[in-house]
Design a protein around this ligand. Structure first.
Ligand code: 0O2
Length: 212
């Protein structure tokens, strides 16, 4: 029996640190009244039951889990528009070799998954200073629009309910919904400048009201 509580401590620390770092980028840009490609950030450490399930699915031995399961630490960055995703990717690339190392990427936006899933994944190696010394762990950063996130969240819960045996008619509906989310992203991108200007005006007004 492995000591999961101890194993997961560095992953918990990594998730907390990465959340702080990405939220700081968003806050800094907003403070400077500049547009932030990051709308909001979440993070989680995978549950032990999900880690073991994934290890079983891929035939990974328990002692190989940390080396082979890349999303034990997961960060999710939500953006308003599709092109913001690639701006966030650039921001992360600029940090490559500094506070993180990029292992590889999976672009499920250009190569949508069979399920209809879209997102940009970056697998990183992240250094952690623990009470027992230095450790480098793997973490997955998922970057997606609000529409992609809405679809993925719903689809994930349906999969959970049906334990992956989703009835065919629901699968079809989900594919249609994925297409609708894609079209929503496309339409929103077309009015992107208009939306950003409106948001700047709205924020300026809110700041004036709060300073009265
Ligand atoms: P959770 O609860 O988010 O941790 P696999 O996980 O076997 O599908 P692989 O090769 O490990 O695939 O990596 P991949 O494809 O990058 O997927 C890792 C994570 O991406 C998943 O983690 C999901 O968060 C998300 N994801 C990938 N494909 C889909 C999809 O079709 N629908 C949804 N909703 N999310 C997806 P976990 O472990 O599935 O779940």
């Amino acid at each position: 029996m492995r000591h999961w509580k101890k194993i997961l401590i560095p992953y918990e620390q990594a998730v907390e640190e990465l959340k702080v770092k990405f939220k700081a980028i968003r806050n800094e840009l907003r403070e400077m009244s500049e547009y932030s490609p990051i709308e909001f950030v979440t993070g989680r450490v995978k549950k032990v039951s999900s880690i073991l399930e994934k290890a079983k699915k891929y035939g990974i031995a328990e002692e190989e889990i940390e080396e082979k399961i890349e999303d034990i630490a997961g960060i999710r960055i939500m953006c308003q528009f599709v092109d913001d995703i690639y701006k966030v990717v650039e921001l992360i690339e600029q940090r490559d070799g500094k506070d993180l190392k990029i292992a590889y990427v999976k672009d499920y936006i250009k190569n949508r998954k069979e399920s209809g899933y879209r997102s940009y994944h970056i697998i990183i190696k992240y250094p952690i200073q623990t009470a027992f010394g230095y450790k480098e762990i793997l973490a997955e950063i998922q970057i997606r629009t609000l529409a992609m996130n809405f679809w993925a969240t719903i689809e994930h819960s349906i999969n959970y309910k049906y334990k992956k045996n989703v009835p065919e008619h629901i699968k079809e509906r989900l594919k249609k919904a994925a297409e609708a989310a894609y079209l929503l992203d496309k339409e929103m991108w077309a009015v992107r400048d208009e939306v950003i200007n409106a948001q700047k005006l709205f924020e300026a007004k809110s700041n004036t009201v709060s300073s009265i």
